[in-house]
Design a protein around this ligand. Structure first.
Ligand SMILES: [Zn+2]
Length: 142
């Protein structure tokens, strides 16, 4: 047991030495690897050799990023990706919410600032005030 612990500690110290000054693992790298697994899984059914070769770009890119010593550039890429990812997640959540509430609420986009406005689905004309910019919007629900 003691030998096993020492062995793992040696591996850990070798890994730490290898990764010194390198970018390492981040969200973009992780997501690229997950994408690789998903594509590989799908290609397991399709069985295309060309696709299997093209899919190899994902792990090569991920490991290249992990071992890169240009920390500033890799961090900037990750930040940019995180912003994109956050927007995509928010957009997905909004779509899901619109779908879940499709029988009770209707969504409108403010013509002034593009904010989402939620109106209870009640027949008639409604005046909605955008909470973001204060613009009044007249909507008609049939
Ligand atoms: Zn607005």
């Amino acid at each position: 047991m003691q030998n096993m612990m020492q062995y793992f500690l040696q591996i850990k110290s070798k890994y730490d030495r290898l990764m010194q000054g390198r970018h390492g693992f981040d969200t973009l790298t992780g997501d690229v690897l997950v994408l690789w697994l998903i594509c590989g899984f799908i290609n397991g059914f399709v069985g295309s050799r060309i696709a299997a070769f093209v899919i190899l770009v994902f792990p090569v890119f991920a490991f290249w990023r992990m071992f890169s010593k240009n920390l500033a550039k890799r961090s900037a890429e990750n930040e940019k990706y995180l912003g994109f990812r956050r927007k995509a997640v928010e957009s997905f959540k909004l779509s899901k919410r619109k779908f879940d509430e499709r029988k009770t609420h209707k969504y409108y986009k403010c013509s002034n600032c593009d904010a989402q406005l939620r109106v209870r689905r009640e027949k008639g004309e409604h005046t909605v005030v955008c909470p973001k910019c204060g613009k009044e919007l007249h909507v008609k629900i049939r």
